[in-house]
Design a protein around this ligand. Structure first.
Ligand code: NAG
Ligand code: NAG
Length: 430
């Protein structure tokens, strides 16, 4: 905004505010006044603060000023107190007709100067992306803008109405890998925890494109693509069905079993797996998918517990905790084929060693708590085999052995880390 114009705005806002004040006969202490040098100094200090927050806070949802007061605050914050004082004197000399004329002018100016709304900004970015002669740099910038703009759920819901989804999905085919990466990121961000956008993106056929991108050699692209896939199918049964149809489980298994693959990608894969298993647990009426009980598949998860990355190990434990609770997974497969008991024991020792170090101690203890929980669930499952009680039989009794879902949500197993005695207690819901 040019200096002249901003100055005009200040004058006009003041005229208007004073007119309003006079009409309503309001005299608030703490209102705006400018008389002494001391106060001018104060005003200048406040100006700095206003630049940072007030100006932003006073913007309403559409991006304009929420109130005249807000606009005035902003105007004062952006002007010279000495000039303001002079203006104030001039204003007092204005006639009522002048005042009312100024009010009309200021209204027009305010409309003209109004900050564009998020929807307008999104539209600009979308139009840019639709322009095939746009430079790569501008294309990246447009996607970066969208990435921020789609974060609020209302904006994400507007994206399709504005034609944005089609345009962003088209970018998944761009020859530039960074553009594809950014587009995947935007789609993930927009569909995260948003069933409406999930459905729209799935219907536009983006899932299989994203799944192909997960196989990219460019780690950034693969990671963002898997992020988008996760966001699309999380708590979304239709999305998960599509994912399985496209052999998503094999994709995950590949990533989990290849140690040379980027660690971020592996973490995301095992996290998604844990999520899918949990979703299966929550939808008991749905038949469990065969691959969940596949030995090779389960072994690739168990093997992750011996990774050198604690984050990955923790995510593997979460996945195992859910997988162990599925009806179709077999305790003996976990034990004999996957070597889960040995893996859990090695992990226990590793965590105990890590516990000695002060750093990350709380985190290590959290992981140990989780490990201990997995251990308990695993041994319960083994016990059932030993006593000839199948999971199916178990489900016919109420509260057979444990209330698993409760345990799942409230990890209450206490493990005394300083002694080799493991103490397990369980709280009963009140
Ligand atoms: C406005 O209020 C202040 C005290 O808050 C008082 O000192 C001042 O005289 C008042 N001005 C008018 C015009 O009423
Ligand atoms: C498309 O982008 C080019 C390069 O930035 C620009 O010159 C042109 O005006 C744009 N076309 C439209 C329709 O916006």
């Amino acid at each position: 905004m040019g200096r002249v114009r901003s100055w005009m705005l200040v004058v006009m806002v003041m005229v208007m505010v004073m007119a309003v004040r006079a009409e309503r006969n309001i005299n608030r202490s703490g209102g705006v006044y400018w008389s002494t040098a001391e106060e001018e100094a104060l005003a200048q200090t406040q100006t700095k603060a206003r630049d940072d927050d007030t100006a932003v806070a006073d913007l309403d949802a559409d991006g304009g000023f929420s109130s005249l007061e807000g606009m005035l605050q902003w105007a004062i914050g952006h002007s010279d107190p000495v000039q303001l004082k002079e203006t104030a004197r001039d204003v007092e000399k204005l006639s009522p007709t002048d005042l009312s004329n100024r009010q009309v002018e200021i209204k027009q100016l305010m409309d003209e100067l109004k900050t564009p709304s998020d929807a307008q900004l999104m539209q600009v970015a979308i139009n840019d992306l639709s322009n095939s002669s746009l430079s790569l740099e501008d294309r990246h910038r447009a996607l970066e803008e969208l990435l921020i703009l789609v974060e609020p759920i209302d904006n994400a819901n507007d994206l399709n109405k504005l034609g944005g989804l089609v345009v962003v999905i088209r970018e998944l085919d761009h020859s530039d890998a960074d553009t594809r990466k950014m587009a995947a990121w935007v789609l993930g961000k927009a569909s995260q925890n948003n069933p409406i956008v999930q459905k729209q993106v799935l219907e536009l056929g983006a899932l299989s494109k994203l799944m192909k991108m997960v196989k990219s050699d460019f780690a950034e692209e693969a990671t963002k693509a898997l992020y988008a896939v996760s966001a699309l199918i999380r708590n979304n049964v239709a999305g998960q069905e599509l994912f399985y149809e496209e052999a998503g489980h094999l994709l995950l298994q590949n990533i989990m079993s290849e140690s040379i693959i980027d660690i971020r990608l592996r973490r995301k894969a095992v996290f998604l797996l844990g999520d899918l298993a949990e979703c299966q647990l929550e939808n008991k009426e749905k038949d469990e998918l065969p691959f969940f009980s596949s030995r090779i598949f389960l072994k690739s998860v168990v093997d992750l517990t011996s990774s050198a990355d604690l984050d990955l190990q923790e995510k593997a434990l979460v996945a195992l905790k859910n997988l162990l609770q599925l009806k179709t997974t077999e305790a003996l497969v976990f034990k004999d084929f996957c070597g889960l008991d040995g893996a859990l024991e090695r992990l226990r020792q590793q965590l105990q060693d890590l516990m000695v170090e002060e750093e990350h101690r709380d985190y290590v203890m959290d992981v140990e708590r989780l490990r201990s929980e997995v251990h308990q669930i695993f041994y319960r499952k083994l016990e059932k085999v030993a006593t000839g009680l199948s999971d199916l039989d178990c489900n016919m009794f109420t509260n057979c052995l444990f209330d698993w879902s409760y345990l799942n949500k409230h990890p209450v197993i206490l493990f005394d880390l300083d002694s080799s005695e493991r103490q397990v207690t369980r709280q009963v819901p009140t």
